[in-house]
Design a binder for this molecule. Structure first.
Ligand SMILES: CC(C)(COP(=O)(O)OP(=O)(O)OC[C@H]1O[C@@H](n2cnc3c(N)ncnc32)[C@H](O)[C@@H]1OP(=O)(O)O)[C@@H](O)C(=O)NCCC(=O)NCCS
Length: 351
Protein backbone atom coordinates (compact mmCIF):
# COMPACT_ATOMS: atom_id res chain seq x y z
CA UNK A 1 0.00 0.00 0.00
CA UNK A 2 1.14 3.58 -0.65
CA UNK A 3 2.41 4.93 2.62
CA UNK A 4 1.74 8.41 1.38
CA UNK A 5 -1.38 8.93 -0.69
CA UNK A 6 -1.05 11.34 -3.59
CA UNK A 7 -2.65 14.80 -3.42
CA UNK A 8 -6.38 14.29 -3.88
CA UNK A 9 -7.44 14.68 -7.47
CA UNK A 10 -10.91 16.24 -7.34
CA UNK A 11 -11.16 16.31 -11.11
CA UNK A 12 -10.43 12.75 -12.13
CA UNK A 13 -13.03 12.37 -14.89
CA UNK A 14 -12.05 8.79 -15.78
CA UNK A 15 -14.50 6.46 -14.08
CA UNK A 16 -11.96 3.72 -13.30
CA UNK A 17 -9.81 5.75 -10.90
CA UNK A 18 -6.56 4.50 -9.36
CA UNK A 19 -5.68 0.82 -9.86
CA UNK A 20 -3.30 -0.67 -7.27
CA UNK A 21 -2.22 0.26 -4.67
CA UNK A 22 -5.32 2.27 -3.71
CA UNK A 23 -4.87 6.02 -3.90
CA UNK A 24 -6.72 9.29 -3.37
CA UNK A 25 -9.16 10.38 -6.03
CA UNK A 26 -12.20 12.54 -6.65
CA UNK A 27 -14.94 13.17 -4.10
CA UNK A 28 -12.80 12.59 -1.06
CA UNK A 29 -12.24 8.91 -1.76
CA UNK A 30 -9.42 6.38 -1.81
CA UNK A 31 -9.98 3.91 -4.63
CA UNK A 32 -8.23 0.86 -6.00
CA UNK A 33 -8.76 -2.07 -8.37
CA UNK A 34 -6.71 -5.11 -7.33
CA UNK A 35 -4.90 -6.11 -10.52
CA UNK A 36 -2.53 -8.85 -9.42
CA UNK A 37 -4.68 -11.56 -11.00
CA UNK A 38 -8.00 -13.28 -10.34
CA UNK A 39 -8.00 -14.05 -6.61
CA UNK A 40 -8.14 -17.80 -6.17
CA UNK A 41 -6.69 -18.40 -2.72
CA UNK A 42 -7.58 -17.14 0.72
CA UNK A 43 -4.11 -15.77 1.53
CA UNK A 44 -4.40 -13.32 -1.32
CA UNK A 45 -7.95 -12.40 -0.37
CA UNK A 46 -6.75 -11.76 3.19
CA UNK A 47 -4.14 -9.37 1.81
CA UNK A 48 -6.77 -7.30 0.00
CA UNK A 49 -9.06 -7.33 3.04
CA UNK A 50 -6.18 -6.31 5.31
CA UNK A 51 -5.46 -3.40 2.96
CA UNK A 52 -8.97 -2.00 3.35
CA UNK A 53 -8.95 -2.69 7.09
CA UNK A 54 -5.70 -0.74 7.51
CA UNK A 55 -6.98 2.15 5.41
CA UNK A 56 -10.24 2.17 7.36
CA UNK A 57 -8.43 2.41 10.71
CA UNK A 58 -6.42 5.26 9.25
CA UNK A 59 -9.39 7.33 8.01
CA UNK A 60 -11.52 6.65 11.08
CA UNK A 61 -8.99 8.34 13.30
CA UNK A 62 -8.54 11.46 11.18
CA UNK A 63 -10.43 14.41 9.77
CA UNK A 64 -7.72 15.11 7.18
CA UNK A 65 -7.83 11.83 5.27
CA UNK A 66 -10.40 10.99 2.57
CA UNK A 67 -13.74 9.86 4.03
CA UNK A 68 -14.42 6.81 1.85
CA UNK A 69 -12.46 3.80 0.60
CA UNK A 70 -13.69 1.80 -2.37
CA UNK A 71 -11.80 -1.23 -3.66
CA UNK A 72 -12.64 -3.69 -6.42
CA UNK A 73 -11.18 -7.12 -7.09
CA UNK A 74 -11.93 -10.11 -9.31
CA UNK A 75 -12.40 -13.28 -7.30
CA UNK A 76 -12.99 -16.93 -8.07
CA UNK A 77 -16.61 -17.88 -7.27
CA UNK A 78 -15.76 -21.00 -5.28
CA UNK A 79 -13.45 -18.98 -3.01
CA UNK A 80 -16.14 -16.32 -2.61
CA UNK A 81 -18.67 -18.98 -1.62
CA UNK A 82 -16.38 -20.80 0.82
CA UNK A 83 -14.40 -18.08 2.56
CA UNK A 84 -15.08 -17.43 6.23
CA UNK A 85 -13.11 -14.18 6.56
CA UNK A 86 -15.35 -11.89 8.60
CA UNK A 87 -13.73 -8.81 7.00
CA UNK A 88 -15.45 -9.76 3.75
CA UNK A 89 -18.84 -9.49 5.44
CA UNK A 90 -17.76 -6.26 7.11
CA UNK A 91 -16.50 -4.50 3.97
CA UNK A 92 -18.37 -6.28 1.15
CA UNK A 93 -20.76 -3.88 -0.57
CA UNK A 94 -21.71 -5.46 -3.90
CA UNK A 95 -20.97 -8.32 -6.25
CA UNK A 96 -21.09 -8.48 -10.04
CA UNK A 97 -21.10 -12.11 -11.21
CA UNK A 98 -19.19 -12.48 -14.48
CA UNK A 99 -21.00 -15.59 -15.68
CA UNK A 100 -22.12 -13.88 -18.90
CA UNK A 101 -18.76 -12.18 -19.50
CA UNK A 102 -15.95 -13.51 -21.71
CA UNK A 103 -14.98 -17.21 -21.23
CA UNK A 104 -11.93 -16.44 -19.04
CA UNK A 105 -14.14 -14.91 -16.35
CA UNK A 106 -17.23 -17.11 -16.31
CA UNK A 107 -16.39 -18.66 -12.94
CA UNK A 108 -15.52 -15.40 -11.22
CA UNK A 109 -17.10 -12.19 -9.91
CA UNK A 110 -16.11 -8.60 -9.30
CA UNK A 111 -16.46 -7.66 -5.63
CA UNK A 112 -16.80 -4.11 -4.36
CA UNK A 113 -15.37 -3.51 -0.89
CA UNK A 114 -16.15 -0.24 0.83
CA UNK A 115 -15.63 1.60 4.12
CA UNK A 116 -16.62 5.10 5.15
CA UNK A 117 -15.69 7.53 7.87
CA UNK A 118 -18.50 7.59 10.43
CA UNK A 119 -19.43 11.11 9.29
CA UNK A 120 -20.09 9.80 5.75
CA UNK A 121 -23.02 7.51 6.47
CA UNK A 122 -26.21 6.96 4.48
CA UNK A 123 -29.48 8.44 5.71
CA UNK A 124 -32.05 5.85 6.89
CA UNK A 125 -34.92 7.64 5.10
CA UNK A 126 -32.96 7.66 1.85
CA UNK A 127 -32.28 3.94 2.32
CA UNK A 128 -36.04 3.36 2.67
CA UNK A 129 -36.68 5.26 -0.56
CA UNK A 130 -33.93 3.23 -2.24
CA UNK A 131 -35.70 0.02 -1.19
CA UNK A 132 -38.91 1.24 -2.84
CA UNK A 133 -37.09 2.30 -6.01
CA UNK A 134 -35.26 -1.02 -6.18
CA UNK A 135 -38.51 -2.92 -5.79
CA UNK A 136 -40.32 -0.89 -8.41
CA UNK A 137 -37.51 -0.93 -10.98
CA UNK A 138 -36.97 -4.68 -10.52
CA UNK A 139 -40.54 -5.31 -11.74
CA UNK A 140 -39.87 -3.55 -15.01
CA UNK A 141 -39.78 -5.90 -18.04
CA UNK A 142 -37.00 -5.79 -20.65
CA UNK A 143 -37.71 -3.49 -23.61
CA UNK A 144 -36.54 -3.87 -27.19
CA UNK A 145 -33.64 -1.67 -28.33
CA UNK A 146 -35.48 -0.73 -31.54
CA UNK A 147 -38.60 0.42 -29.69
CA UNK A 148 -36.65 2.53 -27.20
CA UNK A 149 -34.98 4.42 -30.03
CA UNK A 150 -38.12 4.68 -32.24
CA UNK A 151 -40.07 6.17 -29.32
CA UNK A 152 -37.98 9.32 -29.10
CA UNK A 153 -37.71 9.87 -32.86
CA UNK A 154 -41.53 9.72 -32.85
CA UNK A 155 -41.48 12.68 -30.42
CA UNK A 156 -39.19 14.84 -32.59
CA UNK A 157 -35.86 14.03 -30.88
CA UNK A 158 -32.81 12.64 -32.64
CA UNK A 159 -29.69 10.81 -31.42
CA UNK A 160 -26.11 11.51 -32.30
CA UNK A 161 -22.93 9.64 -31.52
CA UNK A 162 -20.61 12.55 -30.91
CA UNK A 163 -17.59 13.22 -33.13
CA UNK A 164 -14.96 15.90 -32.35
CA UNK A 165 -16.37 18.20 -35.10
CA UNK A 166 -19.58 18.54 -33.14
CA UNK A 167 -17.82 20.72 -30.59
CA UNK A 168 -16.97 23.32 -33.23
CA UNK A 169 -20.48 24.48 -32.35
CA UNK A 170 -19.71 26.32 -29.09
CA UNK A 171 -23.39 26.27 -28.07
CA UNK A 172 -23.38 22.47 -28.06
CA UNK A 173 -20.33 22.43 -25.81
CA UNK A 174 -21.95 24.88 -23.38
CA UNK A 175 -25.16 22.83 -23.36
CA UNK A 176 -23.16 19.74 -22.38
CA UNK A 177 -21.34 21.67 -19.65
CA UNK A 178 -24.71 22.77 -18.27
CA UNK A 179 -26.04 19.21 -18.28
CA UNK A 180 -22.93 17.92 -16.51
CA UNK A 181 -22.88 20.50 -13.72
CA UNK A 182 -24.98 18.02 -11.74
CA UNK A 183 -21.94 15.72 -11.44
CA UNK A 184 -19.77 18.53 -10.13
CA UNK A 185 -17.93 18.89 -13.48
CA UNK A 186 -16.85 22.27 -14.86
CA UNK A 187 -15.99 23.14 -18.48
CA UNK A 188 -12.36 21.92 -18.10
CA UNK A 189 -13.64 18.56 -16.85
CA UNK A 190 -16.14 18.31 -19.70
CA UNK A 191 -13.33 19.03 -22.15
CA UNK A 192 -11.39 16.11 -20.62
CA UNK A 193 -14.46 13.88 -20.99
CA UNK A 194 -14.95 14.68 -24.67
CA UNK A 195 -11.26 14.43 -25.50
CA UNK A 196 -10.85 11.02 -23.86
CA UNK A 197 -10.54 8.56 -26.80
CA UNK A 198 -11.98 5.80 -24.60
CA UNK A 199 -15.31 7.62 -24.28
CA UNK A 200 -18.25 7.15 -26.64
CA UNK A 201 -20.68 10.00 -26.06
CA UNK A 202 -24.28 9.90 -27.27
CA UNK A 203 -26.53 12.93 -27.11
CA UNK A 204 -30.23 13.47 -27.79
CA UNK A 205 -31.05 16.66 -29.67
CA UNK A 206 -34.25 18.68 -29.82
CA UNK A 207 -34.47 21.87 -31.90
CA UNK A 208 -30.68 21.79 -32.36
CA UNK A 209 -30.14 21.71 -28.58
CA UNK A 210 -28.52 18.89 -26.56
CA UNK A 211 -31.14 17.84 -24.02
CA UNK A 212 -29.79 14.47 -22.87
CA UNK A 213 -26.37 12.81 -22.85
CA UNK A 214 -24.59 9.69 -21.70
CA UNK A 215 -21.04 8.38 -21.84
CA UNK A 216 -19.76 4.85 -22.35
CA UNK A 217 -16.15 4.54 -21.21
CA UNK A 218 -13.97 1.63 -22.37
CA UNK A 219 -11.70 0.34 -19.64
CA UNK A 220 -8.99 -2.34 -19.69
CA UNK A 221 -7.66 -3.95 -16.55
CA UNK A 222 -4.67 -6.24 -16.93
CA UNK A 223 -4.86 -8.78 -14.14
CA UNK A 224 -1.30 -9.95 -14.27
CA UNK A 225 0.73 -12.41 -12.28
CA UNK A 226 4.43 -12.09 -13.05
CA UNK A 227 5.84 -15.31 -14.54
CA UNK A 228 2.58 -17.12 -14.18
CA UNK A 229 -0.21 -17.66 -16.66
CA UNK A 230 -2.73 -19.05 -14.17
CA UNK A 231 -4.86 -16.25 -12.86
CA UNK A 232 -3.64 -13.71 -15.45
CA UNK A 233 -6.23 -12.20 -17.75
CA UNK A 234 -7.34 -8.97 -19.39
CA UNK A 235 -10.71 -7.68 -18.26
CA UNK A 236 -12.46 -5.37 -20.73
CA UNK A 237 -15.19 -3.25 -19.21
CA UNK A 238 -17.53 -0.59 -20.49
CA UNK A 239 -18.91 1.74 -17.87
CA UNK A 240 -22.06 3.68 -18.68
CA UNK A 241 -21.60 6.98 -16.86
CA UNK A 242 -22.75 10.60 -16.66
CA UNK A 243 -26.41 9.99 -17.53
CA UNK A 244 -28.14 13.35 -17.70
CA UNK A 245 -31.39 14.68 -19.18
CA UNK A 246 -32.50 18.31 -18.93
CA UNK A 247 -35.29 18.49 -16.31
CA UNK A 248 -37.98 19.68 -18.74
CA UNK A 249 -37.34 16.68 -21.02
CA UNK A 250 -37.18 13.95 -18.35
CA UNK A 251 -39.51 10.94 -18.29
CA UNK A 252 -39.80 10.70 -22.10
CA UNK A 253 -37.43 7.80 -22.63
CA UNK A 254 -34.47 9.97 -23.66
CA UNK A 255 -31.82 8.51 -21.41
CA UNK A 256 -33.03 4.98 -22.24
CA UNK A 257 -32.54 5.75 -25.94
CA UNK A 258 -29.17 7.48 -25.39
CA UNK A 259 -27.73 4.53 -23.45
CA UNK A 260 -29.17 2.07 -25.98
CA UNK A 261 -27.45 3.95 -28.81
CA UNK A 262 -24.16 3.81 -26.88
CA UNK A 263 -24.52 0.06 -26.44
CA UNK A 264 -25.19 -0.42 -30.16
CA UNK A 265 -21.98 1.49 -30.95
CA UNK A 266 -20.01 -0.45 -28.34
CA UNK A 267 -21.37 -3.80 -29.57
CA UNK A 268 -20.05 -2.97 -33.06
CA UNK A 269 -16.63 -2.14 -31.62
CA UNK A 270 -16.68 -5.29 -29.53
CA UNK A 271 -17.45 -7.48 -32.55
CA UNK A 272 -14.48 -5.90 -34.33
CA UNK A 273 -12.22 -6.55 -31.33
CA UNK A 274 -11.84 -2.80 -30.80
CA UNK A 275 -12.49 -2.63 -27.07
CA UNK A 276 -8.86 -2.12 -26.09
CA UNK A 277 -7.88 -4.80 -28.59
CA UNK A 278 -10.57 -7.36 -27.79
CA UNK A 279 -14.25 -8.01 -27.10
CA UNK A 280 -16.03 -6.49 -24.13
CA UNK A 281 -16.54 -8.67 -21.03
CA UNK A 282 -18.95 -6.58 -19.03
CA UNK A 283 -21.10 -3.46 -19.41
CA UNK A 284 -22.13 -1.80 -16.19
CA UNK A 285 -23.28 1.42 -14.62
CA UNK A 286 -23.32 2.57 -11.00
CA UNK A 287 -26.82 4.01 -10.73
CA UNK A 288 -28.03 6.73 -8.38
CA UNK A 289 -30.39 4.63 -6.27
CA UNK A 290 -32.55 7.65 -5.39
CA UNK A 291 -33.28 8.18 -9.08
CA UNK A 292 -36.04 5.82 -10.16
CA UNK A 293 -35.63 6.94 -13.80
CA UNK A 294 -32.05 5.70 -14.12
CA UNK A 295 -32.90 2.39 -12.42
CA UNK A 296 -35.87 1.87 -14.75
CA UNK A 297 -33.74 2.70 -17.79
CA UNK A 298 -31.08 0.18 -16.68
CA UNK A 299 -33.69 -2.52 -16.17
CA UNK A 300 -35.39 -1.82 -19.53
CA UNK A 301 -31.99 -2.39 -21.13
CA UNK A 302 -31.73 -5.90 -19.77
CA UNK A 303 -29.26 -4.94 -17.09
CA UNK A 304 -29.30 -6.82 -13.75
CA UNK A 305 -28.90 -5.16 -10.37
CA UNK A 306 -26.18 -6.47 -8.07
CA UNK A 307 -27.64 -9.43 -6.19
CA UNK A 308 -28.37 -8.98 -2.51
CA UNK A 309 -28.03 -11.21 0.48
CA UNK A 310 -24.96 -13.15 -0.68
CA UNK A 311 -22.55 -12.88 2.23
CA UNK A 312 -24.81 -10.09 3.50
CA UNK A 313 -23.71 -7.72 0.76
CA UNK A 314 -26.49 -5.21 0.21
CA UNK A 315 -25.73 -4.39 -3.44
CA UNK A 316 -25.15 -0.71 -2.68
CA UNK A 317 -22.07 1.51 -2.90
CA UNK A 318 -22.60 3.65 0.17
CA UNK A 319 -22.17 7.43 -0.20
CA UNK A 320 -19.97 6.93 -3.24
CA UNK A 321 -20.24 10.23 -5.18
CA UNK A 322 -22.52 13.28 -5.20
CA UNK A 323 -25.12 13.53 -8.00
CA UNK A 324 -27.46 16.51 -8.22
CA UNK A 325 -31.01 15.82 -9.31
CA UNK A 326 -33.08 13.48 -7.16
CA UNK A 327 -33.41 14.91 -3.66
CA UNK A 328 -31.04 13.48 -1.01
CA UNK A 329 -30.39 14.08 2.69
CA UNK A 330 -26.60 13.68 2.76
CA UNK A 331 -23.66 15.05 0.77
CA UNK A 332 -23.26 11.94 -1.37
CA UNK A 333 -25.35 9.30 -3.17
CA UNK A 334 -25.70 5.56 -2.68
CA UNK A 335 -25.32 3.69 -5.97
CA UNK A 336 -26.60 0.35 -7.28
CA UNK A 337 -24.35 -1.43 -9.81
CA UNK A 338 -26.42 -2.60 -12.82
CA UNK A 339 -24.69 -4.80 -15.36
CA UNK A 340 -24.89 -7.14 -18.33
CA UNK A 341 -22.33 -9.51 -19.81
CA UNK A 342 -21.12 -9.63 -23.39
CA UNK A 343 -23.60 -12.30 -24.56
CA UNK A 344 -26.59 -10.43 -23.13
CA UNK A 345 -25.47 -7.17 -24.70
CA UNK A 346 -25.17 -8.72 -28.14
CA UNK A 347 -28.71 -10.11 -27.82
CA UNK A 348 -30.06 -6.81 -26.50
CA UNK A 349 -28.73 -4.65 -29.33
CA UNK A 350 -30.38 -6.98 -31.89
CA UNK A 351 -33.76 -6.75 -30.13
C1 LIG B 1 -31.42 9.81 -14.59
C2 LIG B 1 -31.87 10.62 -15.77
C3 LIG B 1 -30.68 10.73 -16.73
C4 LIG B 1 -33.01 9.89 -16.48
O1 LIG B 1 -33.30 10.58 -17.67
P1 LIG B 1 -34.67 10.42 -18.47
O2 LIG B 1 -34.40 10.89 -19.86
O3 LIG B 1 -35.77 11.03 -17.72
O4 LIG B 1 -34.82 8.83 -18.45
P2 LIG B 1 -35.94 7.96 -19.19
O5 LIG B 1 -37.08 8.83 -19.61
O6 LIG B 1 -35.28 7.12 -20.21
O7 LIG B 1 -36.39 7.05 -17.95
C5 LIG B 1 -36.61 5.66 -18.00
C6 LIG B 1 -38.01 5.38 -17.44
O8 LIG B 1 -38.10 5.94 -16.14
C7 LIG B 1 -39.17 6.88 -16.05
N1 LIG B 1 -38.73 7.98 -15.19
C8 LIG B 1 -37.83 8.95 -15.46
N2 LIG B 1 -37.67 9.74 -14.39
C9 LIG B 1 -38.47 9.24 -13.44
C10 LIG B 1 -38.75 9.61 -12.09
N3 LIG B 1 -38.15 10.67 -11.53
N4 LIG B 1 -39.63 8.87 -11.40
C11 LIG B 1 -40.24 7.80 -11.95
N5 LIG B 1 -40.01 7.38 -13.21
C12 LIG B 1 -39.15 8.10 -13.94
C13 LIG B 1 -39.40 7.34 -17.48
O9 LIG B 1 -40.71 7.82 -17.67
C14 LIG B 1 -39.13 6.04 -18.22
O10 LIG B 1 -40.25 5.19 -18.06
P3 LIG B 1 -41.28 4.89 -19.29
O11 LIG B 1 -40.42 4.24 -20.35
O12 LIG B 1 -42.27 3.97 -18.68
O13 LIG B 1 -41.81 6.25 -19.71
C15 LIG B 1 -32.37 12.02 -15.35
O14 LIG B 1 -33.36 11.85 -14.37
C16 LIG B 1 -31.28 12.92 -14.75
O15 LIG B 1 -30.60 13.64 -15.48
N6 LIG B 1 -31.12 12.87 -13.42
C17 LIG B 1 -30.12 13.64 -12.71
C18 LIG B 1 -28.74 13.02 -12.83
C19 LIG B 1 -28.71 11.57 -12.40
O16 LIG B 1 -29.19 11.20 -11.35
N7 LIG B 1 -28.10 10.75 -13.25
C20 LIG B 1 -27.97 9.34 -12.98
C21 LIG B 1 -26.60 9.09 -12.54
S1 LIG B 1 -26.37 7.39 -12.22
Amino acid sequence: MNEKLSATNQHDTSSIGPIWPPDSTSFDRIRGFYNKGIITDSTELDLVLDTIQTLHTRIEGSQDEPSRISIRAVIDNSLLASTDNSLLTKFGEAVIPLDTAGPRFKKSSIIYLGANHQDRSPDPKDLEKIEQNHEEATKRPPHSAKNMIARIYGEGYSLKTVTPEMWENKDHFLQLVKLYQRFGWDSADVLQLIENPNNTITVAIYNNEIVSAGIAEMIKIDLTRPNESIGSATLRLVELTEAATQSSHQGKGLYSAVATNSMIELAKKSELGDIHGGAVDLIYGECNALNLGVLKAAKSQWRTFSPRGDLDFRGLLLQHVPILGAERSTNYNDLIPAFMGRDTMLEFVQS
